[in-house]
Design a protein around this ligand. Sequence first.
Ligand SMILES: [Fe+2]
Length: 420
Amino acid sequence: MQDIHGLPLSTTGVAAETFNRALRAYVGYRADLAQHAKAALEADPEFAMAHCLVGYLMMLTYNRGHAGLAANAYRDAAALAVRATAREQGHVRALGRWVAGDLDAALREWEQLLAGWPADVLAMRLAHFNYFWLGRVAEMRASLDRIAPHWSEPMAAYPTLLSCQSFALEECGEYAAAERAGRLAVELDPADVWGTHAVAHVLEMQGRRDEGIAWLQGLERHWADKSGIVHHLWWHQAMFHLERREFEAVLDLYDRRFRNLASPLVVAMPDLYIDVQNAASMLFRLERQGVDVGGRWGELADKAQARVGDCLSAFTLPHWMMALAASGREAAAAAMLAAMKDNPLPRIREVALPVCEAVMAHRRGEHELAVSRMLPVLEVLERLRELGGSHAQRDVLEQLFFDACLKAGRHADARRLLHA
Ligand SMILES: [Fe+2]
């Protein structure tokens, strides 16, 4: 049996078929992904790659509460790996590294897989995604450049390669090339939401707000079966409205689209990292524009409180802190900071921690303190990048620093940020 790009799979008919459906759902950001992965496992409980995929999906939630399930999936995959191909064994090793908390080693495994099998869509997409959340944009781009000569249009996931390239180029500041690749991806597959997203980023970075709204609205009809990525697309749409100072439209998108607590996607996973980032950063931005956001922080603070000590998503941490700080949850905020101090990863201790302290100080009106906590992180710009996330997303933290500088009367520091 073969996967969607003709790579051998160690299983039989139905399991291979459902596994391939899962692969398509993964690259297509479809909400039915977990269902297909589970079906593959049920069809062949001895299929190591199906266990591995389930483990990957657990890890992709960046939620400590799912770590046990990921570890179980790894244990089962490792026990079955002796019957698997060398490529599949590489995936099992990568999952093992990731589960053990060593993402660097997992990335090395995926790169090794791509060196041997450049059409491995799972390795490509997982490397892309994790480079992004580690803020390693140059590596994100280089990884795709290495495999691109081996990909061509007849391949099932070719639009995904283009959309990943588009996003990597955008984050590297190559806006024209990024827009070309993203638009081509969407032309080939209008439901390619990652390409849609990459073009939205280009339009955001270039201040092309009207075009941005039209771009997203024009493609919205292709998103009915998509996962939580659509919340992030609506967040982008809200960003364009925010910049046009259309605050009612932003709040409407917040309540009905990207933070609709009644939507099945949110009900299924109410504290998904990207949703929390979308919601908290938008509330912060609205308040900075003087908009009353009502009681919207409260439910985010509840989720933040329940996730204290979970540092798997570095970029989400300042967003959790925004919610705790806005809601006056002092004890939970203190516990969160304490857990970050104990974290073994430098990007948590040396970057996320001072940024979170700055978030709290800013909310308390201790602007001098906020500036002094964030300044060392911003002085070496690469360090803020270690939190992961896009330029457009990290901007909210720069806005916080800028606001604190102005309120603390530290105009020279504010100017330095503007010139950086
Ligand atoms: Fe984005």
